[in-house]
Design a protein around this ligand. Structure first.
Ligand SMILES: [Zn+2]
Length: 209
């Protein structure tokens, strides 16, 4: 189950990042990475709307540049947006200055105090600089929807083991869409049945104690 959940020792080791929201209320935080995409993102928005669910979209700024209308649709639906770099950079393999420049470039397209490092891979120096301005949002649950060999039942089971404040990752990307179309509707229904409210993130929520 390692790939779907982040072990708590890692969360403790990197405690300046947001792994889950500290709350006892039945709140969940769905996040969608790598969009916007002109067909997939509107599909996701329609699914969310059916359940009056709000979510957070960590956008690749190059996609925001390509699809400004889709991006505007996310904002108009009162979901949150977050910075996911301009070129979907892997922090481990990118020099600190280059990484920060890419995030700053993305900021021209995405106004947000939320940042998620692509692949969850970020160097300490990069994160230290970004934490002055952003909540660095990781996750507690990864759907692995981008995997072409995904075991749907395994993913669904993992994503159903949520607790108050869980942060869940999906992708509004072409790679993930086949899986997303199966798992997202089922999970939205499940979370509603279980009495969870689905909210968008913001920097204040990330700082709840
Ligand atoms: Zn990504």
């Amino acid at each position: 189950m390692f790939k779907y959940r982040i072990p708590s020792f890692i969360q403790k080791l990197f405690s300046s990042y947001t792994w889950k929201v500290k709350t006892k209320d039945k709140l969940l935080f769905l996040t969608f990475d790598d969009g916007p995409h002109p067909e997939i993102t509107p599909w996701v928005l329609a699914q969310l709307q059916q359940y009056q669910a709000k979510a957070s979209f960590f956008c690749v700024a190059d996609n925001v540049r390509k699809y400004p209308q889709t991006y505007a649709q996310i904002l108009a639906s009162n979901h949150a947006v977050g910075n996911h770099t301009y070129h979907h950079k892997n922090g481990w393999y990118t020099k600190v200055h280059e990484y920060l420049t890419d995030v700053a470039l993305a900021e021209n397209f995405i106004q947000s105090q939320l940042f998620r490092p692509p692949y969850g891979r970020i160097k300490k120096q990069q994160a230290t600089a970004l934490l002055k301005q952003y909540a660095v949002v990781m996750w507690s649950h990864l759907s692995c929807d981008y995997s072409s060999t995904l075991n749907i039942d395994e993913s669904l089971n993992a994503m159903k083991k949520v607790e108050p404040g869980s942060i869940l990752v999906f992708h509004d990307s072409e790679k993930a869409f086949a899986n997303l179309q199966i798992i997202l509707p089922q999970l939205l229904q499940f979370y509603q049945q279980e009495g969870f409210t689905l909210l968008a993130l913001n920097k204040d929520i990330c700082a709840w104690k």
